[in-house]
Design a protein around this ligand. Structure first.
Ligand SMILES: [Zn+2]
Length: 184
């Protein structure tokens, strides 16, 4: 691998990046990765919509609900129930209910809770000037208008800081936002 080469995040092929932020070797790979990302986001949204409907204070949940809440395959849960490792109440055929607290003890907090708890940790950006791009720099670097940059910053709630006449945003957040989108 030459020093200037990168490995495509989609197909793994080595390629000479068009810009420092390129992570895909081609338009095709970029589109594919984007499509997969959209499918994943849609799935996550669907699961979230379903899990949001499960009341937090309901102690007994179905296997399917536990699977969604804790991100565990239903098969594994049924196996653990079958082995008696997860106590269950059988309300009839296909109506097994399991104790949410037991699952929590075994697998840690449910997804929604885990996400809520890890959210503050996600703020790993720094607003020190050397860790930021100015809006002008972002526009130039990613070849978009300053207006678009401001729109994206608002849309994705990216933190900014005004230093003198310029507005700055964390490099890490901006790189995350535009990385891999350079072909789209
Ligand atoms: Zn590729």
């Amino acid at each position: 691998m030459k020093r200037s080469d990168k490995q495509c995040l989609n197909c793994g092929k080595e390629f000479l990046p068009k810009t420092v932020t390129s992570v895909y070797c081609s338009h095709v790979c970029s589109k594919k990765a984007y499509k997969l990302k959209m499918i994943r986001l849609k799935k996550e949204a669907e699961i979230k919509a379903l899990t949001d409907k499960i009341p937090q204070n309901r102690a007994f949940i179905s296997v399917a609900e536990a699977g969604m809440l804790f991100g565990i395959p239903n098969k594994s849960l049924y196996r653990l129930v079958g082995q008696g490792k997860i106590p269950s109440v059988n309300l009839g055929t296909r109506l097994i209910r399991i104790d949410r607290r037991v699952i929590e003890e075994m697998f840690g907090p449910a997804r929604s809770l885990a996400q809520a708890e890890s959210a503050p940790k996600k703020k790993l950006y720094s607003l020190e000037k050397e860790d930021c791009y100015s809006i002008g720099e972002i526009a130039q670097r990613f070849q978009i208008s300053e207006g678009s940059v401001y729109n994206h910053i608002r849309k994705y709630s990216i933190p900014t800081r005004q230093i003198g006449k310029h507005v700055y945003a964390p490099k890490s957040e901006i790189d995350n936002l535009y990385n891999g989108n350079d072909f789209i």
